[in-house]
Design a protein around this ligand. Structure first.
Ligand code: SAM
Length: 241
């Protein structure tokens, strides 16, 4: 079943006009027409079985019929990732969405190669991944912001799981398993060039930081993000039995 994310409020019987891109996708790519079913969600009102009312030349119109799932939100899990090359960053956004993060915060650090990025494109990638994975919401994408500024305003009740390839951190599972999933958590992944020594010192000085190792090999930033999020979901998140 085709799932589409829409910004509109969803209530039974009130038609929703789709975007030009979504209308083209339904009509010309998926060859759907009036009377066919699709599923809509907006991150607030749950998931709705809906019927295509019209697919005319302009915006297609879809009418929600029945709510099939109430709105839920996953754990307050966030990924803080230093900007890396475009293709790798897009992979990180797609995989982090599939792995259930609630927010992706983009950070610039001493060794980040890029200072800017196309956040609109990253949001579109997150929407597509959310549509395909059955999520009921789309992660927020925040930033880019300087790592320094992020650390200066770090909320004390938010755990920061610092993926540190320096080699002196304990294995991630060993340190996170005993903690609770109730606490909001963020996973920090550095740039291709790693963190500068003073950045590492500032991160490790945070009271709620948990430095962790992802094993003896230096992983690419995208691999590290996927590995850390998978471990978190298995140990504390929605992969648990
Ligand atoms: N500084 C490294 C180097 O020597 O080139 C590379 C950094 S790595 C490509 C990017 C980020 O992935 C790191 O900053 C860290 O956050 C994470 N990472 C990679 N391998 C890791 C490991 N074995 N343990 C913990 N974190 C790791």
């Amino acid at each position: 079943m085709i799932r589409l994310f829409v910004p509109d409020d969803l209530t039974a019987g009130r038609p929703v006009a789709l975007s030009a891109a979504q209308s083209h996708y339904l009509r010309d790519v998926m060859r759907r027409s009036a009377g066919d079913d699709v599923v809509l969600f907006n991150g607030r009102d749950g998931e709705w079985l809906s019927t295509i009312a019209a697919t005319g030349r302009r915006a297609a119109e879809v009418t929600p019929r029945e709510r099939t799932r109430p709105q839920t939100h996953g754990a307050d899990l966030e990924l803080v990732v230093a900007l890396v090359k475009r293709a790798r960053l897009e992979t990180i956004v797609e995989k982090a969405t599939e792995l259930g993060v609630r927010r992706i915060r983009l950070a610039t650090t001493r060794f980040t190669q890029a200072e800017r990025t196309n956040v609109g494109r990253l949001s579109a990638i997150a929407v597509e991944a959310a549509e395909q994975t059955g999520r009921l919401d789309v992660p927020e994408i925040a930033g880019p912001a300087r790592l320094d500024a992020i650390l200066d305003t770090w909320p004390p009740d938010r755990r920061l799981i610092f993926c540190d390839e320096a080699g002196d951190a304990p294995p991630m599972l060993e340190v996170i398993a005993p903690t609770t999933s109730a606490m909001a958590a963020s996973i920090l992944i550095g740039p291709e060039g790693g963190f500068a020594p003073d950045e590492r010192a500032k991160i490790r000085a945070l009271r709620s930081v948990i430095p962790v190792s992802l094993g003896p090999r230096i992983l690419r930033a995208d691999t590290a993000a996927i590995a850390a999020l998978s471990l978190w979901q298995a140990a504390l998140g929605d992969w648990r039995p």
